[in-house]
Ligand binder design. Structure first.
Ligand code: CP
Length: 308
């Protein structure tokens, strides 16, 4: 495991397996009445979010506290970023207070990678632009492995706004390393052809029925209007062509699971009766987010400073 966690692309299988296995150890803790460990007692985790977040920011904060660390959360609107302070100055200021890790979300792809080259503090990428969202892919893998013995050979359909999705990219890297077949599906304007070359085992289609046929996993994505400079598909027709409906599930394997990283737009990319139905594991994904982030924080922060 490198000093921080910037992406899935550069992690090898054994590092991913170690994190997923450790997250499994932490799963039972989430339903116990006493949820707190002292593994990271005395450590300080800073959450710095330049983009909105409900799940990632909250679950990193909960994970830090459950590991016994102190956690501080800062949003761009509540920091001196709103007074014009640069990203580098903000991070240097935070690093000077000697946190043990900085968890960071930023709209610019590559921002955490750039900063990690200039700061002594390990950085955990909580989503950078359209590039990667590594802990989302880890919690997705944990959720799939809670239902399937292995990732090898699974058919995973990832459907929606692929072009702008850091979730899709991190999942492609992870699933490909473990031998899954990944079908990326969306309107042609949101499905860059070059993604077929992103990793082995990836194919593309613009036909949702073709993507879902025989799928073990159906992963729906939000249309990210905030990252689109012009409308990529008529909004009022999106659900008709790319929304997941109950009848679509008949095309998939009988025990196929439905996933969504959230936030989700009900009635746009997914029907409510599917999101809340028996094949949905969307709430399991949220629950696993805490266990996975505990594993990541432990790997990044637990041994830090011991040899310094
Ligand atoms: N899945 C995810 O990253 O959700 P948030 O944007 O709420 O953190």
């Amino acid at each position: 495991m490198p000093a921080g966690l910037l992406g899935i692309e550069d992690l090898d299988r054994s590092a991913i397996e170690a994190l997923l296995s450790r997250a499994k150890d932490f799963q039972p803790l989430q339903s116990q009445s006493l949820k707190k460990l002292d593994t990271l007692r005395g450590k300080m985790i800073v959450n710095l979010f330049y983009e909105a977040s409900t799940r990632t920011r909250t679950s990193f904060e909960i994970a830090a506290k459950r590991m016994g660390a102190d956690a501080v959360s800062i949003t761009a609107s509540s920091s001196s970023v709103s007074k014009g302070e640069s990203l580098v100055d903000t991070l240097n200021t935070l690093a000077a207070m000697r946190p043990d890790a900085i968890v960071m979300r930023h709209a610019a792809s590559g921002a955490p990678h750039f900063l990690s080259r200039h700061l002594p503090t390990p950085i955990i990428n909580a989503g950078d632009g359209t590039h990667e969202h590594p802990t989302q892919a880890l919690l997705d893998a944990r959720t799939i492995l809670d239902r399937r013995a292995q990732l090898q050979g699974l058919r995973v359909a990832i459907i929606g706004d692929i072009a702008h999705s850091r979730v899709a990219r991190s999942n492609v890297h992870l699933l490909s390393k473990f031998g899954a077949h990944i079908v990326l599906c969306g309107p042609a304007s949101l499905l860059p052809r070059e993604l077929e070359q992103l990793a082995p085992g990836v194919s593309l289609t613009t036909d949702i029925r073709e993507a879902i046929r025989d799928a073990d996993v159906i992963m729906m994505l939000r249309v990210q209007l905030e990252r689109q400079h012009e409308a990529a598909f008529p909004a009022n027709e999106y659900f008709q062509f790319y929304g997941l409906r109950l009848d679509h599930l008949d095309l998939a394997k009988p025990d196929a699971i439905v996933m969504h990283p959230q936030p989700m737009n009900r009635g746009i990319e997914i029907a409510s009766d599917v999101a809340d139905g028996p094949q949905s594991v969307i709430r399991d994904q949220v629950r696993n987010g805490v266990a996975v982030r505990m594993a990541v924080l432990e790997a990044v922060a637990a041994t830090r400073g011991r040899n310094a």
